[in-house]
Design a protein around this ligand. Sequence first.
Ligand code: ARG
Length: 587
Amino acid sequence: MTSLTQKLSVIVGEAFEAQDLPRELGAVRVSDRPDLCQFQCNGAMGAAKQAKKNPREVAQGIVDVLAADDRFGSVEIAGPGFINLKVSDSYLQAHLSDVQDNIRMGIAMSGGGQTAVLDYGGMNVAKAMHVGHLRSLAIGDCLKRMMRFAGYEALGDIHLGDWGLQMGQIISEFAIRYPQWPYFDANFEGEYSADAPFEYSELEEVYPLASQACKDDEARLELARVATAELQNGRRGYVALWRHFIALSIADIRRNIEPLGIDFEIWKGESDVNDLIPEISDDLKSKGVLEESNGAQVIAVEREGDNKDVPPLMFFKSNGAATYGTTDLATIYDRVKTYPALTHLVYETDIRQNLHFEQVFRAAERAGYADDITLKHIGHGTINGTDGKPFKTREGKAMTFRDMVVACREKADARLAEANLDDDIDQDELDDIAAKVTCAALKFAELSNQAHMDYVFDLDRMTSFEGKTGPYVLYQAVRIQSLLKKAGVDTDGRIDLNITDADRSLALLLTELPDHFDMALKHYSPYVLCDYAYKIAQEFSSFYGNCHILSEEDEAIRTSRLALCALTHRQLVLVLELLGIEVPARM
Ligand code: ARG
């Protein structure tokens, strides 16, 4: 099935065609002015220009055709030649019956047979996760869910930062702390222990110290460089130690992301492409793409018409070391080889990596590595505190991811304590509700903003049960659930709708789902789904306030309203699921 705007576009397009005008100009969309009409078509102006006619006359020709069509309630011309449309209630009812019947509620399978790899999170081994990771994680996870729903085989790859100088910095810091460990004895030939001789917390503590020491002291930096090179060349003890870093870091990452319902199919990192680099370097040389520049090997990526400086991608530094650009180019090469049906490669990182990805994508294009593949980088802005500066703890330190989730959970607990929850909710259920409210608050606050914009992290606002928040939308979903439960009718299947004035606005809104989904997918924009979820929640709330549902005496209207509630609930739950938000049974 197709969406209502698509169906209407076909009907109006045919009317254009009947007047010898291009069918595409009959495109119909939801009206910007719901006070005047439900749908609008603005094609008459363009058609008039092409046909050198008066736009109102062209519009009149279309209106004459459509006026006789009983699928419309009214067809009018406005202003210079806008065509304002209302559908008839019977047509609206028939369309919504199709939606009721359709498990996808009209959303098309646009990604069938295609594979997408989504690269998000990108946490660095040994480094505490920070608030900014919420952005990449929530957005990447939502895009993955949307692409899956559209039929793509969508895979999330965490792409751990596990290979740079930081690894050498930590290794050398541990060498200073624990020189007696076998990892540092070049002659040690025994087995290294499977378990790390230190806790994750120590690793997290060592990272900033080691990095500061290397800034302050040239000799320490040199130690770190040597250790990095030795690790990358496979020194046994260092590799064994580094594996502990990775294992402990992954365990910590899992502890952080699991409560938020986020996971990855691929747990690879920068290090995983190390062995491919010589082969890629040969290939680039044979294609004449790699050139020497001041002792380094680079790929020129500037283009005619660039309005900013796009420096070459550094493939090997003059000391022979690979860079962040090298691993990213190699990762594209690897992914394309690993996934034959790959069509989309989507990255979500801090917006400051824009130039990096521009360089990598252009290099991949020059090398011919991503010929029929859409390469897309989505950059996110900063999360600020209510003071407008990057979000900090009360003590003025950068906020960790863990602390942020804990702070949000505390607020959610406090909000639930104020709310009038049912008396028979036990502690387990309360915990489940609080966890879901926390997740909804965090993700909805994140996803309702456009990715490239900075936003203010305001715990009071985002956990509120009122306004454009996750908890508000959840609350409306739960309200419908309890209503349906009380009604005790099976509302899942097809039920004949009986639309009255009081139902029309909600009924019309429920026809929009596929349009919003397509828009969100096309522009990689979860905020479009948040807007829609919020609209449904608000519309339901006024519907609930304005008309009788359970107390409706006309049996046909009562059944129809319950069916409308059921459809609202299905849509809300689906949209929330796409956002990565689960609805509790009660709240
Ligand atoms: N680890 C990187 C960082 O912290 C992000 C990785 C993003 N993904 C990528 N393929 N470069 O900045």
